[in-house]
Design a protein around this ligand. Sequence first.
Ligand code: COA
Length: 259
Amino acid sequence: MDYTNLQLEENENILIVTINREKALNALNARTMQELMYLFSNDIPERSLKGVVLTGAGPKSFVAGADITEFMSMADGGGQEMAQRGHDVFFAIERSKVPVVAAVNGFALGGGCELAMSCHLRIAGEHARFGQPEVNLGIIPGYGGTQRLIQYIGKGKAMELMLTADMISASEAWQLGLVNKVVASGTEVEEATAIIQKIGAKGPIAIAKTIEAVNAYFEEGKNGFQTEVEAFGETTRTQDFKEGASAFVEKRKANFSGK
Ligand code: COA
């Protein structure tokens, strides 16, 4: 696929994906959603990556939501389909076998907050702002916000944010558990990359299986404990496990092959 709204840069097996619509504060239009779907469903699984950093172009915004200029067409129908497509994209991100870290470099509102929440970790610049302001437009969060915000910050605070449409600062988001780390503005991508480098030194199958087992807790029809039992069994049958255990006994650094 020719990416027009995503900018991709791969360095040392870390893919930095920039949503590149700075003039619209990187709002997610239909084309951007299509590109994200292709990227996470087709492109990323074909690459040999330690992880992905997702960020927005420019210093002001990560993603300021779904593209409101495209919303008008929904008034005549199509809203449910749009939400379903959004869910498919964000589940593809959440189920990525390699870690996806959101480098939140500004506004993360509506679909932007939902996008950040579908990533495995969130690093926020000091100036970042989070919120689900959809009720201002007479709609509700449609890309998983009503479900994932509860998972991160609990029902009471999630309800408050979604009913009032209030924005919160990066430090408040950190206190609530929505953000993993707050860093100096402008260093979000660097810090997100550093975390992926750290994770990249571990066994890749163990990383993928950890993501799968944690996700299972929240997935309908899945038993998280059973998923963990099976995933643990699978990891013990890998060469990575032999290497990791041998390296510990031999007091050396493990060199994982991902097999
Ligand atoms: N969809 C489409 N365009 C958007 C957008 C969105 N979600 N958010 C911002 N933009 C556009 C603005 O229309 C503006 O375009 P223009 O220069 O052609 O007029 C440009 O991005 C800059 O935004 P502006 O509102 O001028 O910046 P600001 O600093 O005054 O305010 C925000 C920033 C983020 C507070 C404000 O843009 C906003 O509230 N955006 C909508 C957020 C939202 O409701 N998201 C959920 C959607 S479901």
